[in-house]
Design a protein around this ligand. Structure first.
Ligand code: GDP
Length: 450
């Protein structure tokens, strides 16, 4: 991924500045120029880069900084914040709720990966217990319905479309109606990505949107479109109320900077990225870990600092040891859930982890999250009563027994096990983590500092 090159260039610029004997106006300008060059090369729109540079200069007033301040740290933090600001429009996107019907309409140019992404999005939610359905309202491209049908069948997701009907609005309305009656809680409408002319494409999108009244319009953008990203995203935004962006093909040779431009153009957050052609090559997008990675700070920026700051001294070695072993057991999950519920110190630390914070405990939905965690724990209690807590040894009859034992549905047990797998994957990335001593600079969070 060329984004790694961007990250490398930015880290080098920061490192060079750190190596300078004194950090004055010149050192700061040199560093910012390097970063500007790197961002432009990565296809971030010129105006965005210029604004960012000006903002940093405004924030970092070297003259005003009293002696003794860590200027490097302040500059690094300003760059981190500005990049996060670029990627975070400041308002979260609509998130569908389980059990309550939501209509999500996908828009984007042909070839952007729209149809593939519709299925990935449906599959992702299906695994989490939603009841999704797909509607193909692309009557322009021959084969569009077949493609959606094939993908949907593979993922065992109900679909609707027609080989005969040529009116996309009619199909969209019929499909949405049918799946509402079937109590699907996530109805996904795929629209056309190409037309005889652009005006006709946008008009069709507008009509489908008016007729189906989507709760969310998702703009799908190919990460390799480069500098054209801003204008393209803006054109879509002007026709329909784009509420969030999905950037595809992040696994390829794309420069990826277009993602930053799309956020600025649509004032909507990137919520997922596509990282391959397969159904599960699809990731939730988190701004802070992404920028941390871009700046070479690792995914867990600040995490180590936080551990030293808030975890009682006597608990630190055990927790760090478990982290470095990368072995996430159900026992550990149970303990961390207990901590989160108590919101004790370790709970605070774990709420900083990308996996725990965004997915399990989204902001503003703490009550729901707590209820979910409690539900998981009841099922885990039932597993313990069964005398076997190894998720790998789970089979249908055990899952049914656990569901019965905890008074939950089989689907709830499956969801809890999925959650375990997801957290275990995140946890495994910590394997081999170098454990810094208190006061020592964390290789993870400060590797750019002098
Ligand atoms: P649409 O015309 O926008 O509906 O695009 P499609 O869904 O047909 O995708 C176009 C091509 O891009 C297909 O070959 C997909 O397999 C491929 N594709 C979609 N998303 C990704 C991705 O995240 N990574 C990679 N490598 N290929 C993708």
């Amino acid at each position: 991924m060329v984004l790694a090159q961007l990250g490398g260039s930015i880290s080098r610029a920061l490192q060079q500045m750190s190596n300078a004997t004194i950090i004055d106006e010149k050192a700061l300008n040199d560093c910012l120029n390097e970063i500007t060059r790197a961002l432009l090369q990565a296809d971030v729109q010129f105006k965005l880069v210029r604004d960012m540079q000006n903002n940093i200069k405004k924030i970092v007033n070297l003259d005003d900084l009293a002696a003794g301040h860590n200027k490097r740290r302040i500059i690094q933090q300003a760059i981190f914040n500005e990049l996060c600001k670029m990627l975070d429009p400041g308002k979260p996107s609509f998130t569908p709720k389980k059990g309550k019907t939501s209509v999500v309409m996908f828009v984007g140019l042909q070839g952007s990966g729209k149809t593939t992404t519709c299925t990935k999005y449906a599959y992702y939610h299906q695994k989490k217990g939603w009841k999704p359905a797909l509607v193909c309202a692309d009557t322009f491209r021959a084969g569009a319905f077949d493609q959606l049908k094939q993908n949907a069948t593979k993922a065992k997701i109900p679909f609707y479309g027609s080989y005969m009907e040529s009116d996309p609005v009619k199909i969209a309305v019929e499909g949405v109606e049918r799946f509402k009656q079937e109590n699907c809680d996530l109805i996904i409408v795929d629209t056309s990505g190409r037309h005889k002319q652009e005006v006709a494409l946008f008009e069709e999108m507008r009509q489908v949107s008016e007729a189906t009244k989507p709760d969310l319009v998702l703009f799908v953008m190919d990460s390799s479109i480069g500098q054209a990203a801003f204008d393209q995203a803006q054109a879509f935004k002007q026709s329909v109320a784009v509420g969030a962006v999905i950037v595809t093909k992040m696994d390829g040779h794309a420069k990826g900077g277009g993602a930053l431009s799309a956020v600025a153009a649509t004032k909507s957050p990137v919520i997922f990225i596509g990282t391959g052609e397969h159904m599960d090559e699809f990731e939730v997008f988190d701004v802070k870990p992404f920028v941390s990675r871009l700046l070479g700070m690792g995914d867990w920026s600040g995490f180590m600092d936080k551990i030293h700051e808030v975890v009682p001294m006597d608990q630190q070695p055990e927790l760090l040891q478990k982290l470095s072993e990368g072995n996430f057991t159900l026992r550990i999950m149970y303990e961390q859930f207990q901590n989160i519920l108590k919101m004790g110190p370790i709970g605070q630390v774990f709420s900083m982890l990308p996996g725990f914070s965004q997915e399990l405990m989204p902001k503003g939905r703490e009550k729901e999250s707590q209820a979910k965690i409690k539900r998981y724990m009841t099922m885990m209690d039932s597993m313990t009563n069964e005398g076997n807590t190894n998720p790998k040894l789970m089979n249908d009859s055990r899952i049914m027994r656990i569901a019965r034992g905890s008074g939950r549905q089989v689907r709830d047990v499956m969801e809890m096990l999925e959650e375990y797998k997801r957290l275990a994957k995140i946890w495994s990335k910590m394997k081999g983590l170098k454990i810094p001593k208190k006061g020592e600079m964390s290789a993870l969070s400060r590797n750019m500092n002098a």
